[in-house]
Ligand binder design. Structure first.
Ligand SMILES: [Zn+2]
Length: 178
């Protein structure tokens, strides 16, 4: 038998590598709903997720923000592997759920309501409403503070309050002229 493809330039991580990654504490349950043994990975965000939360991403979120791959069925490239290795559920949740209290989270996650779960995932990854201010997470990037992620410029909806009922509360500003 001869291996047809010798893609050494873009070597995929081995199944063992991926398995090892999935056993890292935090990665053993879905980053969003905590279902055990998630078999899917958001290789853009760097989190392990269950099939339900993977499906919500696919139908609601652009692949430029969330990109889902199977732990076993898809081919990964080294860059994706390195990216996910450097992040993982614990690190990402610490950042993206920094301002989320456990009671609010459980209202979303344990609601059994897929619409609420959609709202939760979009709020968490797209609008980043519960994210830590990037300014406070500089320890990871020792670069010039001015050269921060361009995410800073995209995220402008962070101040919106999103509640489990799905309503976006935005301040109403009334100018009263008499
Ligand atoms: Zn999940």
């Amino acid at each position: 038998m001869s291996s047809k493809q010798s893609s050494s330039d873009n070597a995929s991580p081995s199944p063992q590598d991926l398995l090892k990654l999935s056993k890292i504490p935090g990665n053993e349950s879905c980053a969003d709903c905590q279902v055990p043994k998630p078999q899917w990975v958001d290789v853009a965000q760097g989190v392990f997720i269950c099939i339900q939360c993977a499906g919500i991403r696919r139908s609601n979120i652009s692949v430029t923000i969330c990109r889902v791959k199977s732990l076993n069925l898809d081919r990964w490239n080294q860059a994706e592997y390195q990216h996910v290795s450097s992040l993982g559920n614990l690190i990402v949740n610490r950042r993206l759920e920094a301002k989320l209290d456990s009671e609010t989270k459980s209202q979303f996650v344990h609601s059994g309501n897929s619409k609420l779960m959609e709202t939760f995932i979009v709020s968490k990854y797209v609008h980043r409403v519960w994210a830590q201010d990037d300014r406070n997470t500089k320890s990871e990037h020792d670069e010039d503070p001015i050269m921060s992620d361009d995410r800073d410029h995209i995220i402008t909806t962070r101040d919106q309050m999103i509640t489990p009922s799905g309503h976006h509360h935005q301040p109403m500003i009334n100018f009263l002229h008499y």
